[in-house]
Write a protein that binds this ligand. Structure first.
Ligand code: CTP
Length: 244
């Protein structure tokens, strides 16, 4: 017969050896708010950990031939523009330690590159970035930390004009038309209301080094707690909340 102490010790040992669940961070914010810059800065500072970035943009649905003909009437800022089921499948698989073939999206032609994928492997930290990553509750529930990048609308519009004309093959008039017709209304209806789910709101995006340093410290603490549990399996780590 094993003593109760021995039983609880071996159970604790089994827990300590359980595979580490990746820490999932959601990064949301309006178009051209600096989400990618914030993610890159977090990744840079966590260089000693395995970190992967998944963009919600990769899960844009392909357009039907009819929609393609009338692309100027298509709302890319509505939640229905994304294949959320596939995004959910991706994050669930990555969270359970499996790799995933993430689609590659072509903004110039508004479609997925049908024959190429990006292989994303298991990691310590998964960052999911996109304008509507807080919209679906099932996706939100997979996140350990939610960050909203809060940048003034005029700064975002100026960046968007530059980016879409330089990188996405658009002309200024079409960018302004799309912004007034779809981007701004969808920001007001879907993106802004999802800000309430954020744990941390970063004003000025990538320019806010203090906020990013604090976030990285918090992530390091969370990753370190797992290591602490491995070394001292009977130690209870008290969870804390975090807000800037
Ligand atoms: N979009 C588009 N044409 C497509 C698909 C998407 O114009 N075929 C636009 C949508 O209107 C949406 C935007 O792409 O507003 C989403 O990308 P955005 O968040 O602006 O890009 P990021 O590089 O992630 O932004 P950030 O600067 O915050 O990193």
């Amino acid at each position: 017969l094993r003593s109760p102490t021995a039983t609880s010790a071996s159970a604790a040992f089994a827990d300590a050896n359980a595979p580490r669940q990746p820490f999932v961070i959601g990064v949301s914010g309006g178009t051209a708010s600096g989400k990618t810059t914030v993610c890159d800065m977090i990744i840079q500072q966590l260089h000693d950990h395995r970190v992967v970035l998944v963009n919600q943009d990769s899960f844009y649905r392909g357009l039907t031939p009819e929609e393609s003909k009338r692309v100027h009437e298509y709302n890319f800022d509505h939640p229905d523009a994304f294949d959320t089921e596939q995004l959910l499948d991706c994050i669930q698989k990555l969270k359970s330690g499996q790799s995933y073939q993430v689609p590659i999206y072509d903004f110039k032609n508004h479609r997925r590159c049908s024959d190429s994928f990006r292989q994303v492997n298991a990691s310590d930290v998964i960052i999911l970035e996109g304008i509507l990553v807080f919209h679906d509750q099932r996706v939100r529930n997979l996140m350990n930390m939610k960050i909203f990048v809060d940048t003034d609308a005029d700064v975002r519009l100026a960046r968007r004009i530059r980016r879409d004309t330089v990188e996405r093959g658009r002309d200024v008039n079409s960018v302004l038309e799309q912004y007034a017709k779809f981007v701004k209304p969808a920001f007001d209806d879907f993106v802004l209301p999802s800000k309430k789910y954020a744990d941390v709101i970063i004003p000025r995006g990538g320019d806010n080094h203090v906020a990013i340093d604090l976030i990285v410290q918090h992530i390091r603490t969370k990753l370190g707690q797992h290591d602490l549990c491995k070394i001292y399996p009977n130690v209870t780590v008290i969870q804390s909340t975090f807000q800037i």
